[in-house]
Design a protein around this ligand. Structure first.
Ligand SMILES: Nc1ncnc2c1ncn2[C@@H]1O[C@H](COP(=O)(O)OP(=O)(O)OP(=O)(O)O)[C@@H](O)[C@H]1O
Length: 747
């Protein structure tokens, strides 16, 4: 038998085992599903029970709590089984993708281990497949054959790695297999990268590269910064990292304790299949604007995209985004007189329950040297105490007694659900008890207002701060936005930071991991604010300083240094990815030639056509060439993606084209991309990739300064297989150095 036949025989026997397990697991899942439905029904029926005797009711309450717990447990079991069914389905199709032959030091036997999406053991507890995240599987991704090490619970174990084999298996059949002596060989990667783009990002589990593996398996850093060139697999690696962390800390970490900040809704959707395809639940995903908007009830925070497209005063935004601005806020708060605080009434049913004068008085009487956050806590405690006192006083008042008198017997008994009559000394105590419950319920809204610091008008306070720290004009602009129920993105973080520092609130200690993609678009103050918000979270920040769309390019080393200075975290790890996988060799070479330090970028050797430059005398000639190209690509089943510099250009070009070709315009609110010719501004294309990209109007008058370089580089690096650049009249000076030699095809 040939090697391939032997391997196929093994695949067949493993698939047989998987199929048997699949049937059993599917049965268990069905059973669990039925169990959940019955427990849920039981819970609803019990919750509805309306008993007359108080004793019964107390018992019922305990039983309902028990049932509730039971519902949660059965739902969890059902979810686990559902995921197992799905994973087994995937394994049945492609049980594994790698094999390593190892012999541990001191062990007389050699072992063959097969590596796949998840572990599989037979009835005798033999591993048929090892999970790619298991410590031993790291050998597959790391380094060459020979003497290597891997982590075990007992420490480092040395082993002799004598074979590393890669497989491509589909529907249980080996399509290809080859041995490699380096890290994961190029052949499979060539194939994967040569495929057409997909509406959804794919996992890279079978071809993870060594440096990406370091990112994925880092469990010790509190701050992991990944600075990677366009297309180097930053996003792919961190999604694999999330799957790894969930496996590594499976008893203490769940997907809800991980948040990923993504650049826009399109991107959120684009990556949403990766974790489920790895058998894991998705982490929480949020854009910066969504996150901020949740914190400002009823107000809309400008998105990164809107900020980018706006005429916002960049100089002012830079001031508000600078890390020194935190010090400005702190200084303002430290020197703030209590009379300058914008306290406001706590309103109950249209009238003040606590007047701002009363609140100011409580605050002012506190010791001067107390921190403002402590003063806030003390004020809140004092207000809560006063609220309780008022409730106690009112609980025996005539109106409340009258209200209690008018209760029906069953309503009355409901209030006493946790008590037996004879526990009260007299009727007055019983009535006062019921009155307190009624009033606590009624004034819960006041309690909420105290708890959430609604007694300070934070917007008014921030406006005062802006006037004193920046200018009266900047205060006015902020207030004008407020009237329109809007907050500029540049104001969101300083405003929340001011509120949180003043009141000592706003922290979520439950989040264990915070991931931020496209970090270069965040201001230092926004990063500081997020770190402050999630004090227990380990940070993984990824970005590409060269894709910065607002600023001049910053050299990677400087970018990393800046980050370290801002966040001041001790256990840090910086990983630089220089190899670009997305685009063909020709496109990456062209894109990197745009950058001053582009030589650092390594192109993956997957060849394709040269980038094309279309020179046109005027706009109508450029449009007509573009229409011809769209029609050609449409016919060949590879629709084009046209990327413009901004939304204005996008709208103009879309209107020029729509009468002649079938084209879809993508907007900020879109969540997915149709498989047709599309047009979108560069900001929305962040993090995404497309088969054939058109860059329109890369002309002398449109891409002028070094400021546009990040834009242009990001744009070109979205293309996987084909890139066409259209210039009108004269070509942008930013491209002049890139068209020498045979690096482009002139049309
Ligand atoms: N190890 C790998 N195996 C297979 N494909 C890979 C690998 N690494 C990266 N890729 C592919 O390269 C492309 C770019 O990856 P990804 O989007 O993660 O890069 P990025 O660094 O986040 O890019 P950008 O900053 O430009 O948005 C994707 O198609 C991804 O699947």
């Amino acid at each position: 038998m040939s090697e391939e036949e032997i391997e196929q025989e093994r695949v067949d026997s493993v698939v047989k085992e998987i199929n048997e397990k699949s049937i059993k697991t599917a049965e268990l899942y069905e059973k669990a599903h039925k169990e959940t439905s019955s427990v849920e029904k039981n819970y609803v029926d019990n919750a509805k029970i309306n008993t007359f005797e108080i004793d019964d009711r107390i018992e019922t309450n305990a039983e309902v709590q028990q049932q509730k717990q039971l519902v949660a447990t059965t739902i969890q079991t059902e979810e686990i089984l559902e995921r197992q069914v799905h994973t087994l389905e995937q394994l049945g199709d492609s049980p594994y993708f790698g094999r390593i032959d190892i012999q541990d030091d001191g062990d007389p036997d050699q072992e063959q281990l097969y590596i796949g999406l998840a572990s599989l053991v037979d009835d005798h507890q033999n591993f048929l497949i090892h999970d790619w995240r298991a410590p031993i599987s790291s050998i597959y991704y790391n380094g060459a054959l020979g003497h290597v090490s891997y982590e075990t619970p007992q420490g480092k174990q040395m082993t002799e790695l004598s074979k590393k084999r890669q497989f491509q298996i589909k529907e249980g059949k080996i399509l290809s297999m080859f041995d490699t002596n380096e890290t994961i060989g190029d052949e499979l990667l060539q194939q994967v990268l040569g495929e057409q783009s997909d509406a959804q990002m794919k996992n890279i589990v079978s071809t993870i590269q060594q440096e990406q593996n370091t990112i994925i398996r880092d469990t010790t850093s509190d701050l992991l910064v990944v600075q990677g060139v366009a297309g180097s697999g930053k996003t792919s690696a961190i999604l694999q990292r999330i799957a790894f962390l969930l496996y590594h800390s499976r008893t203490s970490l769940n997907a809800d304790q991980i948040i990923l900040f993504s650049p826009n809704l399109l991107f959120s959707h684009y990556i949403s299949d990766v974790l489920p395809s790895l058998g894991e639940k998705n982490m929480r995903q949020v854009t910066l604007a969504e996150f901020f908007s949740n914190r400002f009830q009823g107000l809309k925070v400008e998105t990164l995209f809107e900020d980018y497209e706006s005429n916002n005063d960049r100089h002012l935004s830079d001031i508000k985004g600078n890390k020194q601005f935190k010090e400005t806020i702190e200084h303002y708060l430290n020197t703030l007189e209590s009379t300058d605080l914008s306290f406001t009434d706590i309103i109950y049913e249209g009238t003040p329950f606590f007047k701002k004068e009363e609140i100011t008085q409580i605050y002012t009487r506190l010791p001067q040297n107390m921190l403002s956050a402590d003063k806030f806590t003390a004020t809140k405690n004092a207000l809560t105490k006063r609220l309780k006192k008022r409730i106690t006083e009112m609980s025996t008042s005539d109106p409340i007694r009258e209200e209690i008198d008018s209760l029906s017997d069953s309503q009355y008994e409901t209030y006493l659900i946790d008590y037996k009559r004879d526990e009260f000394d007299n009727v007055d105590d019983e009535i006062s008890y019921i009155g307190t419950i009624i009033l606590k319920d009624r004034f819960n809204i006041v309690y909420d207002a105290i708890y959430n610091n609604y007694f300070i008008d934070i917007y008014e306070q921030y406006a005062k701060f802006l006037k004193s720290a920046i200018s009266a004009d900047s205060k006015k602009t902020f207030q004008l936005n407020l009237e329109l129920h809007k907050i500029a993105l540049a104001d969101a973080a300083p405003l929340l930071l001011l509120r949180d520092l003043l009141s000592g609130s706003g922290q979520n200690r439950n989040i264990e991991h915070l991931f931020i993609d496209e970090i270069q678009d965040y201001s230092p103050l926004q990063l500081l604010y997020l770190k402050n918000c999630f004090p227990n979270a380990k940070l993984t920040l990824l970005g590409d300083s060269e894709q910065a769309l607002f600023h001049d390019l910053v050299l990677p080393t400087k970018f990393l240094e800046n980050l370290n200075q801002i966040l001041k975290i001790k256990k840090t790890n910086l990983i630089i990815l220089n190899k670009s996988y997305r685009s063909t060799f020709e496109i990456t070479n062209f894109a990197k030639s745009l950058l001053p330090d582009g030589n650092n970028i390594e192109s993956f050797t997957r060849h394709g056509e040269l980038p094309k430059i279309y020179f046109s005398k005027n706009r109508s000639q450029a449009l007509s060439s573009l229409i011809t190209l769209i029609n050609e690509k449409d016919k060949s089943g590879q629709p084009l993606t046209i990327i413009t510099k901004n939304i204005t250009e996008c709208n103009i070009l879309y209107n020029e084209l729509r009468a002649s070709v079938d084209i879809t315009k993508i907007t900020d609110g879109d969540r997915s991309i149709p498989p047709t010719t599309i047009i979108l501004p560069i900001y929305l294309a962040k993090g995404l990739e497309f088969d054939s990209v058109v860059a329109f109007d890369i002309s002398e008058t449109n891409y002028v300064s070094q400021n546009d370089l990040g834009n242009l580089y990001t744009l070109c690096s979205r293309a996987m297989h084909s890139l066409s650049i259209f210039s009108i009249e004269a070509l942008s000076p930013l491209l002049k150095g890139s068209i020498i030699g045979s690096s482009v095809h002139i049309v």
